[in-house]
Write a protein that binds this ligand. Structure first.
Ligand code: ADP
Ligand code: MG
Length: 690
């Protein structure tokens, strides 16, 4: 019997090869496939009669094959399949290129459904390379009505995945609906099984809308419920009270090479006030890229150090952890704070003694718990063997990069009965009211102004015919001493680490465009040591151009880099592009951001051109949303909220509705809702936000 947990390979017509391909997009079970939602829809509308077709129509016809044959075009060296298709009203010529197998699939007399554009050649109207579907029995799923499109891995076609989902979609009925019935009723939502069925095979746009609302409701509901539960738990916890050392803090601030912006001062003040209590702080520090969150976090760490306690800072990448390590070593050089770095390689560096290799795990644990004042690291910090001695403050940099469970594990590393103060940082621009609704457990400090003296970054969407000129400009900048970032998109979603696209781009630049220049590449598959080596060289200006996947997105600080060049820019959300752009414009030199796109769609180009006009992440996220068509679900990643795939951050109405329902649940007892309680446990375990 097929259940939700049945492996995909056990479904009829799924072979080893297909199963493997599906595994690449994390589809392993029936449940995974049911929850693998389309990202957009094509609307082929109603069936047209052949007589009424007009040139330029995107039409859907149903008819019978009258003739079909393959031809070989010698001049253009390709196969041409020609067919004549007729319905009661007329006939039309249909042509496919280089797909000779079609003539084997379709025979005269077959009834087929065709969807595509109507064109004209010297013999009259024709359809070129339409999507076709043999109508043997039942409804058609590829060519009629609203057709789902899925993000795919190589070698799986839309047809295959639709076919597979069609086979199992009825099983949606056995998905347990964890949302309490009273909420479903009150909010007039579809049941979960109904929503799943309609998201895959909607009959109308209203179906799409209703399914989206239910699924978005779920996402927002879970985020908020989780956050409220955490808040309740924290209310009874105890923290180390960190006495605000005003005089020393002023001395520290005065020793900085710049003066803090008012927003930085205010945020630091809020944090220090919070920590001066024996209830744990739980605060989110929000500020655009480059707004100077690190130094604010450092002020908190300084006070913890002056109180004789430990702080830990967890960053999402090794490069970033190392950068923080260096920054903090510099900031604290006049203090005898012992600062350490822990990354996957289990290396501990110490400012005073240079690199120390502490191979034995025992030594390392002891060393950490007893000696260090400030510990910086990556996910490696949450390994089992690492415990802290007197942890008073945990900082999670770029918090959305971590799963809920990871954040919790870090906090649980303090000694018994003490919960550390928690400071999370994010560059995701969300307005205060929204942040409070979504993250009810967090207080919020916002750095809403940039350090003075920053020049705005000049942004241009560069058409293909100006590419050479852009390269010339880049060369001039490099000659003048500057450095360049090149970001590559993920071409194939199964190439999760972006290895393929980075390698290709690197090869092009290294061999053809700038063969004389030092170029480095960064992608998720490189060993950590190699990544660090490359970043170090880039920081020292030994490498002029760095070609990277979006791993560069978070936090890298190289003030000498002045150009951010982004390939395939249309594949990123505007908020994400804005984050990339934030990597430049940090020094005294004028910086530029060049956006390239191989899309010629007017809407895409218009969307990208918003980057030229706006320099505000929040405004850009909003614009991004406007450009989503009704048939698009989650074509764009909403940087900062990977768990919101369908819900929009700007859907105030739905956020308000979910907020009210969450409040009701919290005020009663979640244990009264057994399915929901179970779902929450699972959700907290599996939410891995990246
Ligand atoms: P983010 O908020 O993106 O984490 P960082 O903390 O990395 O930003 O700061 C970006 C850069 O701005 C750093 O080089 C930092 O030294 C510098 N900076 C921070 N605050 C100020 C300030 N008040 N004036 C000038 N430069 C500053
Ligand atoms: Mg930062």
């Amino acid at each position: 019997m097929i259940t939700l947990n049945t492996e995909i390979i056990k479904i009829s017509r799924v072979g080893q090869a297909t199963a493997k391909k599906l595994a690449k997009i994390d589809v392993k079970t029936v449940n995974d496939l049911l929850f693998y939602f389309p990202y957009r829809y094509d609307d082929f509308g109603a069936i047209s009669t052949i007589k009424n077709l007009k040139i330029g129509d995107r039409a859907n016809i149903v008819g019978q094959i009258e003739i079909i044959q393959n031809k070989r075009s010698w001049r253009r060296r390709m196969y041409i399949t020609e067919a004549l298709v007729g319905d009661n009203t007329g006939q039309i010529k249909v042509i496919w290129f280089n797909q000779p197998f079609i003539a084997r699939n379709l025979k005269p007399g077959d009834r087929i459904s065709l969807a595509g554009k109507v064109e004209e050649d010297y013999t009259g109207l024709s359809m070129n390379s339409p999507i076709y579907e043999k109508i043997s029995s039942g409804a058609s799923i590829h060519t009629q009505g609203i057709i789902p499109n899925y993000h795919l891995t190589s070698n799986i076609t839309q047809k295959q995945i639709r076919f597979l989902i069609k086979q199992i979609v009825a099983l949606a009925d056995i998905i347990p609906d964890w949302l309490p019935t009273e909420i479903i009723k009150r909010q007039k939502l579809l049941t979960l099984p109904e929503a799943i069925k309609r998201i895959h095979f909607p009959k109308t746009w209203q179906d799409v809308e209703n399914a989206k609302t239910r699924l978005a409701f779920d996402e927002l509901f879970l985020v908020q419920l989780r956050s409220q539960i955490t808040k309740k738990q924290l209310q009874n916890a105890t923290a180390h009270k960190i006495i605000f050392k005003e005089r020393e803090t002023k001395t520290f601030v005065n020793s900085l090479p710049y003066s803090l912006t008012p927003a930085q001062k205010k945020s630091a003040w809020e944090i220090l006030q919070d920590m001066d209590k024996d209830q744990p702080m739980s605060r989110l520090l929000e500020g655009d890229v480059g707004s100077g969150k690190t130094v604010v976090a450092a002020l908190a760490m300084l006070n913890v150090f002056l109180n004789g306690k430990q702080s830990v800072l967890m960053a999402p990448t090794e490069i970033l952890a190392e950068q923080h390590y260096e920054t903090l070593c510099k900031l604290f050089k006049n203090y005898n704070a012992k600062i350490g770095l822990i990354t996957r390689n289990n290396r501990v560096l110490n400012y005073e003694s240079g690199i120390m290799d502490l191979a034995g795990k025992k030594t390392k644990t002891t060393f950490l718990t007893q000696k260090l004042d400030i510990i910086i690291g990556t996910h490696a910090l949450i390994q089992k063997n690492i415990k802290f001695n007197d942890l008073a403050l945990a900082i999670i940099d770029e918090q959305h990069r971590f799963g809920v469970e990871q954040r919790k594990t870090l906090i649980s590393k303090s000694n018994k009965n003490i919960t550390p103060h928690l400071l999370s940082t994010t560059a995701t621009p969300i307005p205060r009211t929204l942040a409070l609704a979504l993250y009810g457990d967090l207080d919020l400090s916002i750095i809403n102004q940039m350090p003075s003296g920053r020049k705005p970054i000049l942004t241009k969407v560069v058409p293909e015919d100006k590419r050479a000129a852009a390269y010339d400009f880049i060369r001039k900048q490099i000659t003048a001493g500057r450095q360049i970032f090149v970001i590559c998109p993920l071409i194939d979603i199964s190439d999760k680490l972006g290895v393929k696209s980075v390698k290709e781009e690197y090869k092009k630049l290294n061999e053809i465009i700038f063969p004389d220049l030092e170029i480095g590449m960064l992608h998720g598959k490189l060993p950590a040591t190699e990544k660090e080596e490359i970043m170090k060289k880039f920081k020292n200006n030994e490498i002029k151009i760095i070609v990277s996947t979006s791993v560069i997105e978070v936090g890298i600080d190289v003030p000498n880099a002045t150009i951010m060049m982004i390939e395939g820019a249309d594949r990123f959300g505007l908020a994400q592009l804005h984050q990339f752009r934030g990597r430049v414009g940090r020094g005294e030199h004028q910086s530029c951001c060049f956006l390239f796109s191989d899309s010629s769609s007017e809407r895409t180009l218009k969307r990208l051109s918003a980057m030229e006009k706006y320099n505000d992440g929040f405004a850009l996220s909003k614009i991004d949303l406007k450009f989503r068509g009704p048939g698009e679900l989650y074509g764009f990643s909403q940087s900062g909220f990977p768990e919101l795939k369908i819900a929009s951050l700007f859907d105030y109405d739905l956020i308000k509705r979910t907020h009210e329902e969450v409040q009701k649940i919290i005020n009663s007892n979640i244990k009264n809702y057994s399915k929901l309680a179970k779902k929450m446990v699972k959700n907290i375990k599996t939410t891995h936000l990246e």
